[in-house]
Design a protein around this ligand. Sequence first.
Ligand code: FAD
Ligand code: 2HG
Ligand code: ZN
Length: 449
Amino acid sequence: MRLLSDLRAIVGDAHLLTDTELKAGYQTDWTRRFSGEALGVVRPASVDEVAAVVRACADAGVAIVPQGGNTGLVGGSVPRGGEVVLSTRRLRSLAPVEAAGEVVAGAGVVLATLHAHVASAGWGFGVDLGARDSATIGGMISTNAGGINVLRHGGMRQQLLGIEAVLADGSVVRRMSALRKDNTGYDLAGMLCGSEGTLGIVTAARLRLVPPLPVRAAALMGLPSVEAAIALVDAARRDLPALLAAELFFEEGLSLVVEHTGVARPLHGSFGAYLLLEVADRSDPADQLLAFLGDRDDVVFATDVAARGRLWELRERHTEAIASAGIVHKLDVSVPPARLAEFIRRIGPALEAAVPGARLILYGHVTEANLHVNVLGPPAEDQAADDAVLELVIDLGGSISAEHGVGVAKAAWLERDRGAADVAAMRAIKRALDPQNIMNPGVILGHER
Ligand code: FAD
Ligand code: 2HG
Ligand code: ZN
């Protein structure tokens, strides 16, 4: 095929994969719920190669699925069938940290590598998440990833100072200068952020860094109810200036993690809700947290790296423990904070009515009222559980996509969430920037009408 030989000429023989076995790892997503066959997997190593690949695909009328670490959870990073997967993992350039606390990173730089790089220069990066060893900066920008420190530093969009991206016609937009103020025209970087590969391919970014917060303490608490946990989080936001993270989970998830990972159960007995708080500062914030906890029972307190790590494993290994139990339906949602307890109270009965016997595991970033609803039991293609959860979310005035994106998993629900005028504006932007609809078709907007 002409396109494949053109792509081979651009990236070299070793970086165009057409062999079934070599393509396999790029064709199925992290959840194993979404997969499709790629025409080929192309691995460009520079922005010029990305632009040439995009032009070749546009000329051939073949769609492109951009892929970074393939840790996305909404099916947007893998082909639906017949597309070229453009892997960004070779775009790994990482410039020295600038004195003003900024860094320029290639799209394929892995989050943990970025963290280590900036820490060695005395800075921190504001976003952190459980997939840190695989997720890439380009993928995180494209999904506007959130994670565990949004409370303190915001999500990816708040870290983004500039972007370099290849658009659907192969042109390159570059807004990478270190300007502190720049209102010249539309905010293209902000728009590409969260566009899930549907408007262009992010090839590099200029990122804002944060002061390092090296001294940390964490506490895991067992609480009688979700209401008690939410009240404690509200108090923590007010009384703990060093608060960095607040994570909520429940007995169903904790039991699965303990069973799957062998990590010791931290508290005796079982509780209505579990809350993990972490404080971080330049000088020791442990006393602040201890004073906040008072003489409360049912708390495990940790300061050293290993003990804190054990507490975090109980939260961060939920995703992996659930995946080991079967194909999961994932609904990453948020609701107005005042309705979080109501959502948690209503979700079980709503799901049971739609899919009797389904297993529900809830956890999430409680300060953003962002819950990860995981459902085990229904077959991968059965939408009844997804629909029941999203129906309740819409009813409560929430969002069907809090931090993972819409992908293909929730495209059918976009208009219910955003409304017709909003979706029409998004479609107009998509058509203007990608008239051939070759950039990740089907993702976010569903199939073009
Ligand atoms: P991919 O999965 O490869 O792609 C994701 C989307 O972005 C796809 O639509 C893809 O087409 C597009 N894309 C990728 N790279 C580019 C690019 N350079 N240009 C244009 N489009 C691109 N997410 C959170 O927000 N918070 C969390 O706390 C969190 N924790 C996680 C924990 C685990 C264990 C796992 C498995 C996932 C978690 N995620 C979390 C989801 C996931 O890690 C994020 O969505 C992440 O941003 C995806 O990065 P990636 O490089 O793997 O992107
Ligand atoms: C997390 O917060 C991630 O752990 C993944 O966003 C959530 O697996 C999930 O549903
Ligand atoms: Zn999350």
